[in-house]
Design a protein around this ligand. Structure first.
Ligand code: SF4
Length: 255
């Protein structure tokens, strides 16, 4: 069973997740109103690419060759079941596995479920999710075409950061999701997901605005939609990041 695999991963201390390094953030200002891009306000955005570190785990092969070989997302979800491998299960209402297109070219990865997600059992369905929907519409990306999940599948109490042991314990689920979906692009939403996926302590302001390569997967980071709800000055850089994302997504889908 996959749960046994998860236990083994936890016992042996699964390595942290992926990628590379960072650069300076770009200044920005408010851009979105009602999910539409404000004309004439775009600023230049760094478009360089940084290679991933080799220890990246996101797209790495499963060296243990164990039960993470679930053949589909539904099989993986069944295998995870009512997971209680880390302490986050204690206060969750629903395990939030992920949602979207099994063959998505684009995968969004957030930190963990919030209160609405915990209640409903689906990622990005609260106010932050509604803002993400608006950004996707503005970028011409259909939500039903992408796959959305989180670093950890159960809500951290009070929306605190997941602890390292919780991330490590849940990591095989995310890793297998990525292996199954095989996205061409990953967008990390927010500081925690970006730092975790890039294995970096840099702030999101330094991590965003550029591409990272890991094998065939291109990764970009941006502010979490919930941060935009708290501080509208983040909306401009988010839109700049989404324009980069949109352009790459269009390019990939036209190949
Ligand atoms: S966060 Fe992940 S490892 Fe922890 S209980 Fe939930 S599904 Fe299991």
């Amino acid at each position: 069973m996959f749960l046994r695999y998860l236990r083994q991963q936890r016992e042996f201390g699964y390595p942290p997740l992926i990628l590379g390094k960072s650069e300076e953030p770009l200044p920005g200002a408010m851009l979105f109103e009602d999910g539409r891009a404000e004309p004439g306000t775009a600023t230049a955005t760094a478009a360089t690419t940084t290679s991933a570190t080799p220890e990246s785990a996101v797209a790495a092969p499963d060296s243990d060759g164990d039960e993470s070989s679930a053949a589909s997302l539904s099989e993986l979800r069944d295998s995870v079941g009512d997971c209680r491998l880390c302490g986050l299960h204690e206060k969750r209402s629903k395990l939030v596995f992920g949602v979207g297109n099994e063959n998505a070219d684009l995968m969004f990865i957030g930190e963990g479920p919030g209160a609405d997600e915990d209640r409903i059992g689906e990622p990005f369905v609260g106010k932050a999710g509604q803002l993400l929907d608006k950004i996707l519409i503005a970028a011409g990306i259909k939500r039903e075409d992408v796959y959305i999940t989180n670093i950890v599948k159960c809500r951290p109490p009070g929306n605190r950061d997941p602890q390292p042991d919780e991330v490590a314990t849940c990591n095989p689920v995310l890793k297998r999701q990525i292996e199954l979906v095989k996205p061409r692009i990953i967008c990390a939403l927010g500081r925690f997901a970006s730092q975790t996926l890039l294995k970096s302590n840099d702030g999101i302001g330094r991590l965003r605005g550029r591409w990272y390569d890991h094998g065939d997967i291109k990764l970009i980071c941006t502010y979490h939609p919930s941060a935009c709800l708290r501080n509208e000055s983040y909306k401009r850089p988010v839109w700049n990041d989404f324009k980069m994302l949109r352009d790459e997504y269009r390019k990939i889908r036209s190949d």
